[in-house]
Design a binder for this molecule. Sequence first.
Ligand code: SF4
Length: 253
Amino acid sequence: MRRCQREATGNLTGARSANFVTGFRIRRQRISPIEIYQQLLRAYGPQHWWPADTPFEMMVGAILTQNTSWTQVEAAITQLKRADLLDAKAMLACPTDQLEMMIRSTGFFRQKALRLQSFCHFYLCHGGIDALQKRPDDALRALLLAEKGVGPETADSIMLYAFGRAIFVVDAYTRRIFSRLGLVSDAISYARLQSLFHTQLEHDPALFNEYHALIVFHAKHHCRTKPDCLACPLQEACPAAVVNKAPAPSPCG
Ligand code: SF4
């Protein structure tokens, strides 16, 4: 599996233009989405997403990763691989309680086992990867969204990483980072945040693939709930950067 530079309409907040670094106000210029991408790529390098051997394995991973960490999903995928269940027909034929045991590490395993089997049914009924791949973006996305348990983030992950469509994946990390960078409000909707990327970036699946992966890496390593701004590659451009310098020694000792 693997610019246009139009202004996004109405979905950008007025970026804050200043930052505090221990009492010093520093002027910041708003950074563009493509500049953010370039800086993250320079800092972290290619992320080689999505980590899956086949499009079907990718789709299974996208469903399993809901409300859990990727480490837990990897454990489940390993179990499914060992049991030769990373195949829609085999997974559908597997007794649900056995499937539940194999994906137990991912949490909500009863619900996820049912959703996986429902997804297998959907996948087979629509002719599998080759037939689904022939559908245009809007029709394919609508089909995915009609599946129980497939919301916009999961549908768009599948669109991008399994079908190679130029659809930007938005998640809580994207909202956190881009609101801290002053480009959007932290209450922006999924659709409006997605439109920021769709209007300001070239519609290139490879770019969208790498960009989302870099956002996830950045959110895990620097822009966490409590951010680690000191060595952040975006710190110079970030209005929300918190850089605590050591206090100057007191002249009185
Ligand atoms: S400077 Fe801090 S708040 Fe801004 S993007 Fe980097 S880690 Fe996040």
